[in-house]
Ligand binder design. Sequence first.
Ligand code: GDP
Ligand code: ZN
Length: 291
Amino acid sequence: MEIGRVVRANSNIYTVDSAGREYQCKPRGRFRVEGQRVMVGDLVRITVISDREGVIEDILPRRTCLDRPQIANVDQAVVVFTASTPPLDLQLVDRFLVVAQRAGLTPVLCLNKIDQLDPEDCDRILAPYRRAGFTAVGVSARLEMGLIDLGAALRDHISVFAGLSGVGKSSLANALLPGVQLRTGEVSARIGRGRHTTRTVQLLALPGGGFIADTPGFTSLELTGMTRVEVKRLYPEFAGLEAGCRFANCLHWREPACAVKAAYEAGEIDAGRYERYVAILEEVAANERRY
Ligand code: GDP
Ligand code: ZN
């Protein structure tokens, strides 16, 4: 038996990538009895029955499970943004980071279109995120800059792209995947549009190992159902400081003797990140009151 990754689904036929070879596989009959469903992204055990065909015997346990789009085992979200077209919106970037981490994904920040930016500006934008502990790369899909760094961040992971329409998600996928040509705008076009929702997701194999999904990772940036404590935990730059807060459950917001707020006032943590955190917290607090 071999182990492979389900990269595509077409009714009840699943394409499984095993060591770079693709097998068209049907699941064993008992899957229907047990109510189990194979998902794109699943790691499966297959019996090979010909050089192109196999049978799925087992689904290995899932690490994560995205709902819309339905993909199993995604572990990274590449948050793509730009500082030109569309203009820089760090409030939105931080929101993407919160939503991605809440789904159990490790975010990778990707500032695209750096050909339209001074190198100092690129570093100025990314530095606070790097200091906080995130992986952040500046790239240009058009000029193929920074793609080695981005490729290294994606290696051996299953990643989804996230970001506004027009930031260059399709262009980046094309630049990373020789031989695959998604139309520009293609990765975005599916956000929230009815006529695209029936089309199933595909995983595209990266040359260095790992996969990217050809559909954006999330279609919603809603924070509903989230608590303030959950939000706070998604800010790695606070974690090392909060032992110094007076209250163990400090939200670093309106509490007295807060070490995070002190660090903010002393300029030791990035002011923008902290201020945008407070804005997100206020929104979540308003949502909490509604329930
Ligand atoms: P998506 O909607 O996120 O998939 O974005 P697309 O890949 O369709 O790109 C949107 C537009 O940005 C297209 O016109 C691309 O040619 C352009 N674009 C993508 N990457 C770059 C880049 O690195 N630099 C510049 N200047 N333009 C880019
Ligand atoms: Zn605090």
